[in-house]
Design a protein around this ligand. Structure first.
Ligand code: SAH
Length: 616
């Protein structure tokens, strides 16, 4: 079940009006937890619901309460049905059409901000269909201008989004200025992107990524990374409106955008301050609180002895802002805002005051819960990757892996996806990086060839998470199995794994050779079919000779042996031989070796281990 992959589109509903479409969409809808609506003329199935009256009336009831709608109808019919309901691309749900031959999934409407393009890709991966995405930015290998900050939780500001997007589509140069937030998005740009990061006086279009409001005389859009931590100090029972006004006044005075606020920071005794709590809930701001011991050691521009005497730290607003932002200097030092018009409803004390200070963090607050997908990508060819694993890869904001395997899955990658490739030896770095990004709130896919939990990255990532005191839930981890080399290799030579088998890696980088040798002896004596992973590297050549001797001590020299190199890749090579004839020099690190048990046989170039159905 991959519900989490479709979480951001929930609630999703689907509509089908023919028996074929119902048959095809029903399993998908069950997996997605989506209701499949059908007319009363069709046979209901589990998860389907019958709508009464006309489809257009029914659709009107689904429209505003759903974020994703999947239609198993002709595009033309869908266009007519949704036409009267369309309001704005900011608010309309993603509309996806599944073609009734099952070959295509089409992003029809709300492709960018409604997430239709992404929903289309995910549904297509699930149904093994081709996604049809007709937007210009996708064709240019770019994430839409109106989407580029979404993975990092940036907020869209005012601006002429349509004009700037159209300029990108026309291939015009667009000036980008960024003084806040992550620049990771730039690493996902194709080489021929239209953005100028250095001032270009010729530019007619501008994307501004900042915490500050900017006015521009050229056509502009603004993204606001959530980098501002607002430190607040106030007395007990300060009304919410007063805190709100104080913050707004300070923001206005310093040309800062409310959309750039990451959250509110204050003293721990304020964790239940009603006005603050209510304001944070309303704006979806985290409220971070710190003890006086933590705050008192922060160096601040305006310490106060009065405050220190009262709460045990000479600064609340300034120190809390710095602490939450993890920086040393403030953007706005302490401002005191007094209630200009105390009334009975807002305050019964004249001159109630709120102190506000603002610090800007290096790294923005994403407001998202991170996901770590540990994905097995199979032996090589794309069609050996499960649809679930493909969906996980499409879903990820960041894909991390060993360069060779990333090349193999290139066709699955989509515009805007950050791809970080590492050399073969840097497994730990890959794991730590993935965890860092997921803890920050991104969805990260760590890809391993074969199965990620068989000599792959999954175990390492779990160990690293445990070392960081992971609570088992955040980031959320999902493991996607893949076809391991032992299955891939076996399938190319017949059915050698039909009876009990044992996989042993000959790599002594992480396991003492002594231990490996003992396992080889035990497995050889117990008559397991044996699969040798990592049989040999450029520098590690002796081990396979020793393994051969160990097996010859326990088994006949006629025992079949298969060497499968690069299974399901273009340079695949398969050799069948016997234990006696087996030449370890013909094996390299891309090879899996299968050694039969005492009943394994070769028949017409197929390696078969009898299960026993036909007797001895
Ligand atoms: N997680 C992987 C194993 C990684 S260990 C899996 O489940 O398959 C690396 C070893 O796997 C290689 O040294 C080789 O022995 C084997 N291997 C990986 N891909 C292979 C392929 N396509 N063909 C043959 N052997 C392969």
């Amino acid at each position: 079940m991959n519900f989490s992959q479709f979480q951001s589109f929930q609630p999703i509903a689907a509509i089908a009006t023919t028996p074929q479409a119902v048959q095809q969409l029903q399993p998908l809808c069950q997996r997605l937890n989506a209701i499949l609506w059908i007319p009363h003329t069709l046979q209901p199935l589990p998860g389907t619901q019958v709508y009464n009256g006309s489809l257009s009336d029914h659709l009107a009831t689904l429209w505003s309460s759903h974020r994703g709608l999947i239609f198993g109808l002709a595009c033309g019919a869908v266009v007519r049905l949704i036409a009267p309901l369309l309001q704005h691309k900011f608010s309309d749900p993603a509309v996806v059409v599944w073609d009734q031959t099952g070959k295509f999934v089409i992003s029809l409407c709300s492709g960018h901000q409604g997430g239709g393009d992404q929903l289309t890709r995910l549904v297509a991966r699930q149904l093994n269909a081709t996604p049809i995405i007709t937007g210009a930015s996708n064709a240019l290998g770019l994430l839409g201008v109106d989407l580029l900050g979404v993975p990092f939780g940036w907020r869209r500001g005012a601006g002429d989004w349509t004009e700037v997007s159209a300029a990108v589509a026309r291939g015009e140069r667009v000036q980008v200025s960024q003084d806040a937030g992550s620049s990771l998005w730039k690493t996902a740009l194709p080489a021929d992107h239209p953005f100028d990061f250095n001032p270009n006086p010729e530019a007619k279009f501008h994307i501004c990524i900042s915490s500050q409001r900017r006015v521009s005389d050229i056509t502009q859009v603004q993204w606001f990374p959530r980098v501002l931590w607002v430190g607040v100090g106030c007395e007990r029972n300060t009304p919410r409106t007063l805190i709100e006004t104080a913050i707004q006044q300070v923001l206005k005075q310093y040309h800062l955008a409310e959309a750039a606020i990451a959250g509110i920071a204050t003293l721990d005794i304020k964790a239940d301050e009603p006005g603050l709590v209510e304001l944070c809930q309303d704006r979806n701001w985290p409220l971070r609180t710190f003890s006086p011991e933590v705050l008192r050691v922060r160096e601040v521009p305006n310490p106060s002895q009065v405050v220190e005497a009262e709460v045990g730290t000479p600064s609340v607003a300034e120190a809390a802002a710095l602490q939450a932002a993890g920086v040393k200097t403030l953007w706005v030092s302490k401002q005191i805002y007094r209630d200009p018009l105390p009334t009975a409803s807002t305050s019964n004390r004249i001159g109630q005051a709120v102190t506000v200070a603002i610090a800007q963090a290096e790294q923005e607050y994403t407001g998202r819960t991170g996901h770590l997908f540990l994905v097995g990508t199979g032996p090589g060819e794309l069609d050996q990757i499960t649809p679930a694993a493909q969906t996980a890869i499409v879903q990820a904001d960041v894909v991390i892996g060993y360069s060779l395997y990333l090349d193999l899955i290139k066709p699955l990658l989509r515009p805007g996806q950050v791809v970080e490739s590492y050399p073969i030896t840097q497994e730990r770095q890959r794991g730590e990086r993935a965890i860092d990004l997921a803890q920050w709130g991104l969805t990260v896919a760590v890809v391993s060839s074969g199965d990620c939990g068989i000599y792959g990255m999954a175990g390492l990532v779990f160990e690293q998470l445990r070392a960081r005191g992971w609570d088992g839930k955040t980031p959320a981890v999902q493991v996607f199995p893949g076809i391991s080399a032992l299955q891939a290799a076996a399938s190319r030579v017949g059915a050698p794994l039909m009876h009990d088998f044992c996989a042993i890696s000959l790599s002594d980088l992480l396991t003492p050779w002594e231990v490996i040798q003992n396992r080889l002896k035990a497995a050889a004596q117990a008559d397991f079919v044996c699969i040798l992973y990592n049989p040999r590297s450029r520098t590690r050549t002796e081990q396979l000779y020793t393994a051969k001797r160990i097996f010859l001590d326990a088994r006949s020299g006629h025992t079949p042996v298969a060497m499968v190199r690069s299974a399901y890749r273009v340079d695949e090579e398969i050799t069948l031989t016997t234990l006696e004839q087996f030449n370890p020099d013909h094996v390299d690190m891309l090879t899996t070796v299968i050694i039969g048990n005492q009943s394994t046989d070769i028949y017409e170039n197929w390696m078969i281990t009898p299960r026993g159905y036909l007797g001895q």
